[in-house]
Design a binder for this molecule. Structure first.
Ligand SMILES: Nc1nc2c(ncn2[C@@H]2O[C@H](COP(=O)(O)OP(=O)(O)OP(=O)(O)O)[C@@H](O)[C@H]2O)c(=O)[nH]1
Ligand SMILES: [Mg+2]
Length: 483
């Protein structure tokens, strides 16, 4: 059984990893991001936020019931009609307190300020609940509005629903997507969210076919399961089927199921086990995020740097030709005794330089961002030939390219200082050696200090989820309620 001491050791190890991740962002990534106007790295507050578990799903799929089951009490309202129309952030606090959206997004100690950009309508649909449940010391749960049939997010809900889901999903360490036998993946909004909000995050997505106790026979179960797979196949762009947790939460007064429930109960234990692993997943996710940031920054910076070098070289070449021409013409003027032509020659040189500075070079500067794809291809020709990497690399470039172009167009390529060779080497080594090493060290540390040494169990009450730790330091920033 896990001990408080073991938890503290693991927590200490996690803090060390968090510090190393922070250090990599501080140097070399932040200065390079600044030099090439790439995105700002995550703030310390974001890096220190508690692990987040986001619960999504169609309305009435049992999200809130699952939350209550986890916390061993009635924290969320449940019901057959659409119950939740907002996002509820449920986090640890010593006494039961509820806060409204404006207090949540306006508190700089909480990592939710970014939600303000989605407008007042969203803010009024956000709630923070502080509860003393032990589970919440290590994870923060986010219950969400049930998805409905018509994908009319912007007009129907008054805020950009897929955008908000993406915002939470990007920051979450686990995203649970709930389906139920009534609507196994057929809800319009669910499909829209898969397409618009969950792209690129399948590594943290857990699919749940819930309420399996409602199936009266195997045939019904097979139909619903098949329909779910069919629908997922349309929206998840991967070859293999993701793992689906077929499970239910016992609800009083429900008719007894005709199917044996053991497997469904085991799946619930597995699902809760995954949820309890959120803190270690968070570290893994942060390494993935660090790697993604470094690789994208590298593409962005290398292409801009190469384009800026082309511009610099074109300038040097043009001036070189001009100077040579002047020397030749000046020499000829001296040789032929036509010294009177020298002032005219000087004026011509000034005109040529002006044309170069105000016409030819600005034109090239404008054209170069359109050639970024070609520059990217030529910089990575070798890597692109290695087939496995090619698709990933091109997809990554497609993500980075719009911003790289925008920055080059708005700021002007001439304003970027040349990338130092040493900086480039440090960045390459970080991506090639240090981040993979960091990850394998994390796995070693987890093997030596397993968080989940005992099999996951259902929580009969809050205390069952206790992680006996009175100082969850690295998780504090976001876990603390508003002052
Ligand atoms: N039989 C059965 N009923 C369930 C299960 N989970 C939830 N329910 C019932 O389904 C209804 C809807 O559950 P909620 O937890 O409110 O569903 P939700 O996903 O939060 O719904 P919205 O907030 O509207 O999105 C409630 O009446 C629950 O009692 C389950 O596993 N089995
Ligand atoms: Mg609900």
């Amino acid at each position: 059984m896990k001990t408080a001491k073991g938890d503290h050791i693991l927590q200490h190890v996690m803090e060390q990893f968090a510090d190393r991740i922070r250090d990599y962002y501080a140097d070399p990534l932040a200065p390079l991001a600044d030099q090439f106007m790439y995105r700002t790295p995550p703030t310390v507050g974001e890096l220190r936020r508690p692990p987040l578990v986001l619960l999504l799903g169609n309305h009435s799929s049992g999200k809130s019931t699952f939350v209550n089951h986890l916390l061993g009490g009635t924290v969320q309202k449940t019901g057959v009609a659409p119950t939740d129309d907002g996002f509820t952030i449920i986090t640890h606090g010593p006494v039961e307190t509820d806060r409204d959206g404006p207090a949540v997004v306006g508190n700089p100690d909480l990592p939710y300020e970014g939600l303000r950009h989605f407008g007042d309508q969203l803010v009024s649909h956000i709630r923070l609940k502080l509860r003393p449940a032990e589970l919440l010391r290590t994870v923060t749960l986010i219950d969400s509005p049930g998805m409905i049939d018509e994908a009319k997010a912007e007009n129907g809900r008054g805020f950009d629903f897929p955008g908000v889901v993406r915002w939470f999903a990007e920051r979450a360490d686990i995203v649970m997507m709930f389906f139920d036998p009534d609507k196994p993946g057929t809800t319009g909004e669910t499909l829209q969210v898969f397409r618009e909000s969950l792209g690129g995050i399948d590594h943290k997505l857990l699919i749940v076919l819930n309420k399996t106790d409602q199936f009266q026979n195997l045939h019904d179960f097979a139909r619903a399961y098949g329909a779910l797979c069919w629908n997922l196949g349309k929206v998840i762009p991967r070859k293999d089927l993701p793992m689906i947790y077929n499970t239910f939460v016992p609800v009083a007064g429900q008719p007894a199921s005709a199917l044996p429930l053991d497997d469904f109960e085991n799946a619930r234990a597995d699902l809760i086990g995954e949820l309890r692993r959120a803190p270690t997943r968070r570290m893994d996710n942060q390494i993935t995020q660090l790697q993604g940031f470094a690789e994208r920054l590298r593409l962005h910076a290398l292409v801009i740097d190469a384009a800026a070098n082309r511009l610099r070289r074109a300038r040097e070449r043009s001036y070189g030709i001009l100077v040579l021409l002047l020397i030749a013409l000046g020499g000829a003027a001296f040789a032929t005794g036509m010294v009177v032509a020298l002032p005219a020659l000087a004026a011509l040189a000034a005109l040529a330089a002006a044309l170069l500075e105000w016409v030819a070079l600005p034109r090239l500067r404008k054209r170069l961002p359109d050639r970024f794809d070609e520059i990217f291809e030529s910089l990575h020709d070798r890597e692109l030939l290695l087939r496995e990497r090619a698709e990933d690399l091109r997809a990554m470039w497609a993500e980075v390219a719009p911003r790289a172009r925008e920055v080059a167009e708005k700021r002007g390529l001439q304003s970027f200082a040349r990338m130092k060779w040493a900086d480039r080497t440090v960045l390459d080594e970080l991506i090639r050696d240090e981040i993979p090493k960091l990850r394998s060290e994390l796995y070693d540390a987890l093997r030596d200090n397993p968080l989940d040494a005992h099999p996951p169990q259902d929580p009969p009450a809050e205390s069952a989820m206790a992680v006996a730790s009175d100082d969850p330091l690295p998780l504090r920033a976001g876990n603390r309620g508003p002052a």
